[in-house]
Design a protein around this ligand. Sequence first.
Ligand SMILES: NC(=O)c1ccc[n+]([C@@H]2O[C@H](COP(=O)([O-])OP(=O)(O)OC[C@H]3O[C@@H](n4cnc5c(N)ncnc54)[C@H](OP(=O)(O)O)[C@@H]3O)[C@@H](O)[C@H]2O)c1
Length: 350
Amino acid sequence: MSRLRWGLLSTARINERFIDAVRRSDRSELVAVASRDVQRAKAYADRYDISSSYGTYEELANAADVDAVYISLPNHLHAEWAVRLCEAGKHVFCEKPLALSPANVDQMAHAAHEAGVVLQEASATRFHRQTSDIAEIVSSGRLGRIMFCHGTFEFTLPAAADIRLNTDMGGGALWDVGCYPVAFFQAVLRENPVFAYARAVNGPTGIDLAFSGFLGYESGTAVQFTASMATPTARSARIVGERGSLELDQPWLTSVGAQTTVRQQLMPSAAGAGTFGDDPDQLEVATWDYGPSDVYLDEVRGFEELVLAGSQSPYPLSDSRMNVQVIMALHESARTGQEVPIDPSSITNE
Ligand SMILES: NC(=O)c1ccc[n+]([C@@H]2O[C@H](COP(=O)([O-])OP(=O)(O)OC[C@H]3O[C@@H](n4cnc5c(N)ncnc54)[C@H](OP(=O)(O)O)[C@@H]3O)[C@@H](O)[C@H]2O)c1
């Protein structure tokens, strides 16, 4: 196989970014879309110039000319449809969060393994070079021991009716955007947290509109993050070690076209002598950028590599599973007001 023939499972809004990326990639083509409603599927296919449309998801699963399916369903349907698609022999690229329980991730991993297909969470951040570069800087020791990290992903939900406001669909700020800092710090620290502590501000549907999380690590590192769908837009991350820090203005990279800049501050080795160590001029500052974010193209190309070249995933299912576990522990802490331990040894059977 030299090209992937894609089908879209649903007519979700996020598809637009994915369609654009697929169309700009040499090794992918978009051939089908499925909707719960046949008229909607047909109208969508006409609008986006897609050759086949289906009025049920089953028909897409059984379509012989489709190699890979992009799942853009509400979160509570990811697991069921990923399993069904894997069983039908399709490679699956599933939107974040991969699932809403570790048991579901295990079922999905098992189905992919049995069918010999690729199942991958579409966490675009993990496919971008910025994320792997930051991970390398952290592991190189350049910043010294990492003391703490901070991340923010906040926005205002524009619509009153949205899958994000429905608890039964896996809505809420933590599942929707809190999963980005959780996955990002997991990637760059290469360490899993051992406990979670959290507070949430809930809306009328009982959903968490604004979420503050704290993750503690065996090494002593602490991660604090905020996730919100009820406050003005804000995105940033800081990673702070004993010798230096990194500041990212687009850590999650989901704003297509936004400039992605990293600012590094390092203490020179003789810093602090004869002072209180609080002179910012002492710091060696370096900045670099990755150009405008085109992260959906990065993720499409990343998925192509997994299927067509058999390469290793930058975001294995064991990491997706830990991400789900951490989010569940954070939710439990917000509910109970208690610190919640996280079992670091849990792995999938991928
Ligand atoms: N990676 C990113 O940057 C990013 C950004 C946004 C969202 N996402 C993820 O993408 C997924 C979709 O998000 P979205 O905001 O694009 O969703 P959306 O616009 O609300 O669309 C969801 C689609 O799912 C289908 N669906 C099936 N059962 C449904 C139900 N019971 N209620 C509502 N819709 C149902 C519908 O398509 P049919 O009626 O055609 O079947 C609907 O169009 C979520 O998992 C979200 O976390 C990722």
